[in-house]
Design a protein around this ligand. Sequence first.
Ligand code: PMP
Length: 419
Amino acid sequence: GTHAGNDIFEHLESEVRSYSRGWPTVFETASGSWLRSEDGKDYLDFFAGAGALNYGHNNPILKSALVDYIMKDGITHGLDMMTTAKRDLLETFERVILQPRGLDYKVQFPGPTGTNTVEAALKLARKVTGRESIINFTNAFHGMTLGALSVTGNSMKRAGAGVPLVHATPMPFDNYFNGVTEDFQWFSRVLDDSGSGLNRPAAVIVETVQGEGGVNVARAEWLRALADLCSEREILLIVDDVQMGCGRTGKFFSFEEAGITPDIVTLSKSIGGYGLPMALTLFKRELDVWGPGEHNGTFRGNSPSFITATEALNHYWTNDELERGTLRKGERIHQTFMNLSDMFEGVSTRGRGLVQGLVFEDPSDAQKVCAIAFEKGLLAETSGPSDQVVKLLPPLTISDDELEYGLNILAEATAKVRS
Ligand code: PMP
């Protein structure tokens, strides 16, 4: 071709590309918490595939299960046929995840990605209740297809879509008013008021920690009050655990700590374990009103993902080592970020488990910190409505030394930008 080397990206790939701009190098291989560029430079990965790589890149345990499966000509594409790979996954998911938590969910394979499981959740909630509108939250992120985008709160992300497809009414997320506690009394009153003009909603969709929205952490009491409101009013509660599920906050499900049981749960990103596409929609048994074929999709049955998912569940979720490590390492990041916020004006922090945000009053500081980090060999991403939060999402399997190495880079970068 006439567009040699890296010019091909600019020439042929749409302007919609994003990560390639903040990290302008061509990556080739990855192992554990590290990516390597084609010119041989190593980058510590504090982003982990936007939460899709909780067990690290090319995790050796998952890799050997995958290679074995491929070498024996295991099925890669099976629509939603019954396969041994799917049977093992379902059996393992029930035994390792659902039963010990007393959860009686049915499992749907809605398609390959997070946005597919959100679509299925919204459709199911509408079908079950016969109602159409959805309550979402300020700064929510649920995906980029037209339905999921309708319940997403970021106007930049929504800009391409015009009129939302799903009627969504946003409520303030916990702490939206900076420390002023909001309960749901006002909302109950609006629901009861026949003059309010509010359509009775089918469901509320919520993230326990808003990842894309800027690491906004909902308190357990707030989540419980929301769950109570939903059950009193017969509104279905959907917890979108696409980013915070699979151990990110320290528990397999991010809502476990609050002691709530959502009606519908979405999972994707790290459920496949190896960075291969996979998504699950979980819902209470009595909500399974789907008729055969009502939510189809060619890539519902990615068997290689089932193999790595099963291996990850058996290896990481049959003991509490990963959970304890996640909380300990999260605490380590929190301490470092607290020190930085004590040392520098205009810097604060918030997070839970291994999702921690370093929040800058001036968004351009967050951009600068990430740019310096990249130069020093560290990948970290910004999030939030004005990209003012440096969001840390390292693999849960990261070593203490690697974590320390990355935190030092971030501390140096923050010092350089803020002093
Ligand atoms: N829900 C949440 C909470 C997410 O964080 C994301 C992805 N960032 C999605 C849904 C959409 O997932 P995907 O990008 O795989 O479609």
